[in-house]
Design a protein around this ligand. Sequence first.
Ligand SMILES: Cc1ncc(COP(=O)(O)O)c(C=O)c1O
Length: 376
Amino acid sequence: MVTARSEPDAGRDRLPALAEVAGLETQPTPFLAVDLDTVGENIRRLEGAFAGRPQRLRPHAKTHKCSALARLQVAAGAIGMTCSTSDEVAALAAAGIESLVLANVVTDPTRLQTLAAIAGTCDLTLVVDSGVTARLASDAAREAGTMLGFLVELDIGMRRNGVQTVGEAIELVEQSVDLPGLRFEGVQAYEGHLIDIVERRERRAAVLASFAPAVELIHALEDRGYASPRLTGSSSATYDASGFLPEMREVQAGTYVLMDATYRELTPEFVPALAVVCSVTSSRANGEIVVDVGTKRLAFDWGVPAWPGGAAEYVGNSEEHMQFRHVSGPAPAVGQRIALTPAHACSTMSMYRLAFGCRDGRLVDELVTDGRDPLA
Ligand SMILES: Cc1ncc(COP(=O)(O)O)c(C=O)c1O
């Protein structure tokens, strides 16, 4: 992932104020806070990018695992939600979201049983990439007496799930289309290996090239008589490339809603809305700062967090501590609260049972991450 960091624009960015929200003064640090006004702006900005276009948003719930945030996205126009786990599917279905895509291949029998049961309560589609996974999904749906939609995943370069060629994809559709309990929906293709190309034009060109086989597959399926198979994929960093393809039907962008220091470099039109609020435990005359959050409560898988206004630089971390070096402005006082922007919102969000939803400097909601694995 990208490692360079620049701070969000002052003025547009309400994150620093999350350290001083009325109603959270006695909340022990570290905790997660979300600025809901910024969330609303991010949602409207992406919906606006698709106004007048045929594609619809199906935002990826892996970013927040939170049905309250998913409801905001659906209320603003999303056609439904994308999920990465059966726990997310269960939470969103229970919250009344009527159309869900599980964008992952599932083979675990208990999870498949759960999904097949949920398919009796909402429109649920999952992804297959082999005859075995299609058969497992079919068996689960047949046993539950329900129908699961299925998408064939085509690997367009990420080397994660997905069949490897257009020919294999067509063969899998033809093998699976008549399986009991399954309903053919279309194709999933995701360009996750290209989202961090920093130069936007270069990113766009690479993404469009990577989607050529997916577009070819959609047309090949149409030529074989499959009625408007849907193509679903894209991301917060590539929505204006793959998301604008005429063949694309659903855009699975996730991070745009909360944003983080990594995506801020890639798509500055969206603004960070999520902070880990921590306390300064040491602030020394030589500029060394220590805060009370470490790797157990802030994800480092995509790099280091950003200090508000770039006033301190990251130095190091341990499980419950992080060190910074003060570089500009007034030195932080011991005990002062700081709102750090994580490098990876999705991994950080899933470390917490809830995030505090704030507006205008006030606590307004508890955003429960009800889509987390209950064992996590
Ligand atoms: C299948 C799938 N679709 C879409 C996305 C896009 O998410 P984001 O907008 O966070 O890049 C992801 C990210 O992990 C994904 O795995």
